[in-house]
Design a protein around this ligand. Structure first.
Ligand code: PAF
Length: 281
């Protein structure tokens, strides 16, 4: 496994690799580190379908708001490298902030995710978040020029916005959505779960349970969003629910759900930690 910290070394490696192996498929798994089984499943998907798997580890400052947890976000370089090594990742790219953003913010090119997708749900609580995500992904996609990039369905809004950018800007790149990985009890894995106490983790199970109930109601034939939501909210009683939304793939709320175009998202706060989960129907 090769570890690159500098952009130049990485670019030289990629260019040489592409020249020498023009037919090989390069897979990128972009991460912010604190790797868990969810990331491992992205790595496994890349290993299965690509010849070279690159994992980027970079806590991207531009996607954090001023009052968010950029400083506190878990950084576990050694454990992350060990996980990558064991998973037989080929390349880890872990640049410093100054390398990715050498200029002051006012001199940087920024990105605007489509406002109707970026300013709702997560974007409502985290203004500018998705622009920051697209900014760093643009840098990573241009530096690495992967054929495929792997994203978890857990960050559903991120996944849809990234797919939209790739489509709108004709990136020669395939975005591969990967299933949500859960603990045995059903909690969607997230690096932020680490902030929770044992009690908090137990409380957090209500989040995935609410989605399970929503799906049960749907399987029984209910198609009205309001009725599905009402049943799910009963499970979430006692939690600080930020939103429970039933939307289409453009993130627009829908009154009547339809198979293959429905996304149910929930965000609740437990012990001050925002936890996301969702289910695709
Ligand atoms: O999902 C994440 O970890 C981040 O938003 C990403 C895609 C690595 C961009 O910083």
């Amino acid at each position: 496994m090769k570890v690159f910290k500098g952009l130049k070394e990485l670019q030289i490696f990629i260019q040489t690799y592409k020249r020498q192996n023009p037919k090989e498929i390069i897979g990128l798994v972009p991460t912010m580190g604190a790797l868990h089984k969810g990331h491992l499943s992205l790595i496994e998907s890349s290993k299965k379908t690509c010849d070279l798997t690159i994992v980027s580890i970079f806590v991207n400052p531009t996607q954090f708001g001023a009052n968010e947890d950029f400083g506190k976000y878990p950084r576990k370089t050694e454990a992350d490298l060990e996980i990558c090594q064991r998973a037989e990742v080929d390349i880890v790219f872990m640049p410093e902030v100054a390398e990715m953003y050498p200029l002051k913010p006012s001199l940087q090119t920024t990105f605007n995710a489509p406002s109707s997708m970026a300013n709702v749900l997560e974007g409502e609580a985290r203004s500018g978040h998705f622009n920051g995500v697209l900014q760093v992904l643009n840098k990573l996609f241009h530096l690495i020029q992967p054929h495929k990039a792997f994203f978890g369905k857990k960050d559903a809004q991120q996944l849809l916005i990234v797919q939209k950018m790739v489509e709108d800007l004709f990136f020669p790149l395939e975005i591969i959505p990967c299933e949500i990985v859960r603990s045995e009890e059903g909690l969607a894995l997230s690096s932020r779960n680490e902030y929770l106490s044992i009690e908090g983790k137990k409380e957090a199970l209500k989040i995935s349970q609410s989605l399970k109930v929503a799906m049960q109601v749907i399987m029984q034939g209910e198609r009205e969003s309001l009725k599905i939501k009402a049943e799910a909210l009963k499970v979430l009683e006692g939690l600080e629910v930020e939103y429970f939304a039933i939307v289409d793939r453009n993130l627009e709320p829908i009154l009547t759900i339809q198979k293959d175009s429905t996304l149910i998202l929930v965000v609740a706060k437990i012990e001050g930690v925002r936890l996301l989960d969702n289910v695709w129907f």
